[in-house]
Design a protein. Structure first.
Length: 384
């Protein structure tokens, strides 16, 4: 049987499969089983920020793979300590207590549990179009009905309001609110960027009512031209969720809290077997150090603005709007995106949707202007 046939026979059919079997990657390119190459404008939904087959990253992971793969958090570990110190050097001083997990949805689950434990409240305010994950707590915070409808009833206490609407937030938050959870830029919801002062105003409302601000940076972390998306908005959350890009494709998540939040979380009430394992920590330490040493934030800001301008310059009757920050870009169409994604794939471009009418571009952060130009020419042809 072919690769496709084997997966079709044995895998629970939750994903709309593309008719391509990817078997290798090199830089910003991936290759299928026939040897055809594709420019990766998707980076596996965002994680592979250093591209594929990065030599120094691979050597780091291989070395740790032969040293110690796992180490439960009831023991101390050198790689975990190195990763913590690396992150402490770039985070605000009041975000310095870490909980380790393996994925974005797990970081959100931890954040929601911590908010309940710390405040003694149960109401969580989220927003329409928000995407926070698919475990039951994170799913309840998600503002997309198609993910939730098969699994109702949802966990109680979640309220959804309009994104980037401070008046609606002000009329909803109260002394019953445990937390407000937001993406600094909505990803799955269509690359929607809030007004400059929105997050800062929400933080002020949280402080007024004794609620916590959770920022879900599972997708925005590293990708927007700064290390953390909240840096664009002059705000620091009480709880920060990071995953996807943190270990360049290895499974890892961290929920980062302030000391004030940390000291109120009851000991022994949450845990994770694989969280903080030395292999992922070695990868994460490499990523953050590489990001700093190679000034990757500046590169992302520069090539991201170039990518955005090239897309905005395209003349096509199907384009409604182009928006983005850094290398997190959305191309909104007046039509459903399915057929255009297929045309792009046939031409050697892999991108992904954000809803039914938005093409989302999340390329590796090491992409060059030359590679962007190659891709733009094929996007133009696909859009007609």
């Amino acid at each position: 049987m072919s690769i496709q046939e084997i997966e079709q026979q044995y895998v629970v059919p939750l994903y709309a499969k593309r008719d391509v079997a990817l078997v290798r990657g090199e830089g910003c390119w991936v290759f299928d089983e026939t040897g055809k190459k594709y420019l990766d404008f998707m980076s596996n939904y965002g994680p592979n920020i250093l591209g594929h087959g990065h030599k120094a990253f691979t050597e780091t992971v291989q070395k740790q793979l032969g040293t110690l793969i796992n180490c439960h958090q009831s023991f101390y570990n050198d790689q975990r300590a190195a990763m913590l110190e690396a992150y402490a050097s770039v985070l605000p001083k009041n975000l310095n207590r870490f909980f380790f997990s393996n994925s974005g949805t797990e970081t959100v689950e931890a954040a929601l549990k911590f908010a309940r434990a710390v405040t003694g409240r149960t109401q969580v305010i989220s927003t329409n179009r928000a995407y926070h994950g698919r475990t039951l707590g994170a799913l309840a915070a998600t503002g997309v009905d198609k993910y939730k409808d098969p699994y109702v009833p949802m966990l109680e206490g979640f309220v959804h309001i309009s994104y980037d609407n401070i008046e609606e937030m002000e009329s909803t938050i109260s002394e019953k609110t445990a937390a407000v959870i937001l993406e600094p830029i909505q990803g799955e919801g269509g690359i929607r960027i809030p007004e400059k002062n929105y997050l800062k105003q929400v933080k002020a409302l949280c402080e007024k009512h004794g609620a916590l601000l959770i920022l879900d940076e599972v997708q925005t972390g590293f990708r927007t031209g700064t290390i953390f998306g909240f840096e664009h908005f002059d705000v620091v959350p009480d709880i920060l969720c990071l995953s996807k890009a943190i270990a360049n494709g290895l499974p890892m998540g961290v929920t980062i809290v302030s000391p004030e939040v940390s000291e109120k979380i009851p000991k022994g009430t949450h845990g994770n077997t694989f969280g903080g394992n030395p292999l992922s920590c070695a990868a994460a330490a490499f990523v953050i150090n590489y990001f700093k040493e190679h000034k990757l934030a500046e590169h992302v800001a520069e090539v991201g603005e170039y990518f955005l301008q090239q897309l905005q310059a395209l003349e096509s009757p199907v384009i409604r709007e182009v928006r983005g920050k850094g290398l997190m870009i959305g191309l909104e169409l007046k039509d459903r995106v399915t057929k255009y994604l297929k045309k792009m794939q046939d031409a050697g471009i892999i991108a992904l949707p954000a809803g039914s009418t938005i093409i989302r571009f999340l390329p590796p952060l090491v992409i060059t202007k030359e590679e962007i130009n190659w891709g733009i020419a094929r996007v133009k042809d696909a859009l007609g």
